[in-house]
Design a protein around this ligand. Structure first.
Ligand code: ADP
Ligand code: MG
Length: 314
């Protein structure tokens, strides 16, 4: 029998929704898209983002400290861990149910709480860029900044939000366990929210105040698992140049060289499409015969059949 092609699927915000009830509903559609690929004969590993969820958990934990002064503040690394468990719980159940609906009984589903190492010297720690949590007034923002040393930034005229560092992932701590579980036929959800950011101090791993970009963590995971393809599922069917302008052009196939040129010309917005394109370039050029696809969640089956999406190749 031919070896199954291995794909890492990175789920974006629209695969999960913004609230608890939204997530319960969204994961049903997401599970269908993932099981479609399993039915197509692929071996699948799932990763996901956590922007809205980690913000929500962070706000809830801040509210707790306001309510009960004996409760110390919850580190961001712990909030990421909570988001992995909460999202994993819903995804795991939705996948289990969808597999069972299609009479696939041989694939157990599991969520791995994953730590991802970052460098303490990463310059990202000096310039936090990733906004999380709810919008606040200037007075509220000053208060949390003073109380918890949070860095607060005005966000496009909509109020103040906490911004956190988004360092690059360098090592997946639980990679051996993830590999073992994948190799023995489990459907594994790992590196959720980019992974729990940690720095190494001798034998000790210390939680870092950061949120890693899930696109970069997914790329690292795909390389570590020697995947054939990295599939980034998001809110657009294809990548565009001149995005949102009159001369907007959607791209079908994109060589690494072309992608790098468009990237240098500033076609991909930082914080949204840029990390995806960077991850796609990195994965595709890391070894021969590796491809990356960026497409819409609902189009994943068609995209993997080569009918849509933006495909990156060397
Ligand atoms: P996710 O939650 O999936 O990571 P993001 O919102 O971070 O989603 O990124 C996807 C978004 O990037 C798209 O919905 C689109 O609005 C935006 N985007 C920015 N630049 C481009 C581009 N050049 N081509 C396509 N989409 C783009
Ligand atoms: Mg994103």
């Amino acid at each position: 029998m031919e070896k199954k092609k291995r794909i890492v699927i990175a789920l974006g915000g629209n695969a999960l929704g913004n609230t608890l009830p939204e997530q319960q509903l969204a994961v049903r559609t997401t599970a269908k898209a993932i099981v479609d690929l399993i039915e197509e004969g692929y071996e699948v590993i799932v990763t996901h983002g956590n922007g809205p969820q980690v913000g929500m958990i962070n706000s809830a934990m801040i509210a707790l400290t306001h309510e009960d002064s004996s409760q110390p503040n919850t580190p961001l690394s712990v909030c990421v861990a909570m988001s992995q468990a909460y999202i994993g719980y819903d995804l795991q159940n939705a996948l289990r149910e969808e597999l069972s609906n299609r009479a696939i009984t041989s694939i157990p589903v599991v969520t791995m709480i994953t730590q991802v190492r970052v460098e303490e010297q990463d310059p990202a720690f000096q310039t936090p860029t990733k906004p999380i949590g709810k919008f606040m007034t200037a007075t509220q923002a000053e208060e949390v900044a003073r109380k918890y040393q949070y860095i607060m930034k005005e966000d496009a005229g909509r109020g103040y939000r906490r911004v956190v560092a988004s360092p690059r992932p360098v090592e997946i701590i639980e990679i051996d366990t993830i590999r073992t579980m994948v190799n023995s036929g489990n459907l594994v959800i790992a590196c959720g929210g980019g992974g729990i950011p940690v720095t190494r101090h001798g034998r000790h791993l210390q939680g870092a105040s950061a949120v890693i970009d899930k696109d970069f963590a997914s790329c690292l995971l795909a390389k570590e698992l020697d995947a054939d393809s990295l599939v980034i599922l998001t809110a657009v069917e294809k990548v565009a140049i001149n995005f949102g302008r009159e001369n907007e052009t959607w791209l079908d196939r994109l060589s690494v060289k072309e992608a790098e040129a468009y990237l240098a010309q500033g076609h991909f917005a930082s914080g949204s499409m840029l990390p995806k394109v960077q991850a796609a370039i990195d994965f595709t050029s890391s070894k021969s015969n590796r491809t990356a696809i960026i497409t819409l969640l609902e189009k994943s089956r068609e995209a993997i059949q080569g009918k849509t999406g933006t495909v990156f190749y060397t």
